[in-house]
Design a protein around this ligand. Structure first.
Ligand SMILES: NC(=O)C1=CN([C@@H]2O[C@H](COP(=O)(O)OP(=O)(O)OC[C@H]3O[C@@H](n4cnc5c(N)ncnc54)[C@H](OP(=O)(O)O)[C@@H]3O)[C@@H](O)[C@H]2O)C=CC1
Ligand SMILES: O=C(O)[C@@H]1CCC=N1
Length: 266
């Protein structure tokens, strides 16, 4: 098994690191890079993982996983490019950054895979989509899939769909947390203690998600089952429609996809 280097151990970098360790990848087959010394020390303490400089990590690794913000990608690629050998695989997790952007900053012919993961990977319930670049053989895509499969589900998509993936599953957990926050707040307005409101909302979310997954029924059918004629749910849903919540979700996700397309431009 080759060495995997994770460049940038922020939220997503640490999520991937911890997932690979939980999945049984030996810690001595992993290295990370991080520019803040106190963060590097924290990660070594927590996981026993080696922290190296970017150039050192690039020279050592067979698989380079780039997990810095899109705005930091250009300078990171400048540092690692001279050390990427022909057989290495470069995996970018950055929103908006295309495989051609990464390829153009590496020596000619390097294998690049673009991935969009999400934070539920922290609890092994991640959803990631992968797309191979111009010089990728199927085994390179399979290798990236195997990395991400350590923390959840993986699908392969044509790269032109990655901005949509980013808007759906990449940013998606934040929309759900936002709805959960709003429902808890509403429970408090209705006189419920905050802790009880939180328990009710979280279990309702979990129950509804499990129903969608396990029954295979369309969400419309499941929603109609809850909506008794002339009842409470119909009254609530009419308010959501009056406030154009469905249209707001579509606009919000269009904005996320647009922002993803903008990010490669810096
Ligand atoms: N968070 C999420 O839900 C998701 C994030 N992503 C993608 O993952 C990437 C990282 O996001 P996220 O983890 O949220 O962001 P963070 O800011 O938490 O993490 C980025 C980390 O990279 C470090 N870093 C920046 N430049 C360098 C460099 N040159 N060398 C080494 N380390 C560096 C940063 O250090 P410092 O603190 O000093 O800036 C920071 O610790 C982004 O491109 C994002 O699009 C994709 C899907 C989901
Ligand atoms: O907000 C962002 O830009 C990143 C990409 C997807 C989720 N978080």
């Amino acid at each position: 098994m080759g060495t995997v280097a994770i460049f940038g151990a922020g939220v997503m970098g640490e999520t991937l690191l911890s997932g690979l360790l939980r999945a049984g990848r030996p810690v001595d087959a992993l290295v990370i890079t991080e520019r803040r010394p106190e963060r590097a020390a924290e990660l070594t303490e927590k996981y026993g993982v080696r922290v190296l400089e970017n150039a050192e990590a690039a020279a050592l690794a067979d698989t380079l996983v780039l997990v810095v913000k899109p705005q930091d990608m250009e300078s990171l690629l400048e540092e690692v490019a001279p050390h990427v050998r022909p057989g290495d695989l470069v995996v970018s997790l950055a929103a908006g950054i295309t495989t051609s952007f990464v390829e153009s900053r590496l020596p000619e012919g390097r294998s690049v895979v673009r991935v969009m993961p999400n934070t539920p990977a922290l609890v092994d319930q991640g959803m990631a989509a992968v797309s191979g670049g111009a010089h990728c053989a199927p085994e390179h895509v399979a290798e990236a899939e195997a990395l991400l499969a350590a923390t959840g589900k993986v699908v392969e998509v044509p790269e032109k769909l990655q901005d949509a993936v980013t808007a759906i599953s990449g940013s998606g957990p934040a929309y759900i947390f936002y709805v959960v926050e709003a429902m808890i707040e509403a429970g408090v307005v209705l006189g419920m203690p905050r802790a009880t409101a939180t328990e009710l909302v979280v279990q309702t979310l979990f129950g509804a998600a499990t129903m969608i997954k396990e029954t295979g029924q369309h969400p419309t059918v499941l929603r109609e089952q809850v909506t008794s004629p002339g009842g409470t749910t119909a009254a609530a849903l009419r308010e959501l429609d009056d406030h154009k919540v469905r249209a707001a979700f579509i606009s919000a996700m269009e904005a996320a996809a647009l922002r993803s397309r903008e990010l490669a431009g810096g």
